[in-house]
Design a protein around this ligand. Structure first.
Ligand code: FES
Length: 106
């Protein structure tokens, strides 16, 4: 099963197996990675799943206008590699994805 490595704000690395078809937000929440909140449950309406994509950025689908708009409300600085974790769905070719969790989600 593909894995995602989450670099948490405290510097801890968490490697999680993420089933194909599951968002990296849901995988983080179900593995107790508390620095990703996922308050809206994945409907791109809270921006509490903000991550910085550190690998495979070129393989990801482009941001929807809704995702882009929600990132405008993110609590942490938005960078060119900022994405909402709920909108990043695992695929086989995204195996070994690395994301850095934004330091503030509220
Ligand atoms: S979980 Fe709310 S925007 Fe991603």
């Amino acid at each position: 099963m593909p894995t995602v490595t989450y670099i948490c704000p405290d510097g801890e690395l968490e490697e999680v197996e993420v089933p194909v078809g599951t968002s990296i937000m849901k995988a983080a929440v179900s593995h107790g990675i508390e620095s990703i909140v996922g308050d809206c449950g994945g409907s791109a309406s809270c921006a509490t799943c903000h991550v910085y994509v550190e690998s495979h950025l070129e393989k990801l689908p482009p941001k929807s206008s809704n995702e882009d708009e929600m990132l405008g409300d993110a609590a942490s600085e938005v960078l060119p590699n900022s994405r909402l974790g709920c909108q990043l769905v695992m695929r086989d070719d995204l195996a070994s994805l690395v994301v850095r969790v934004a330091p503030e989600q509220w």
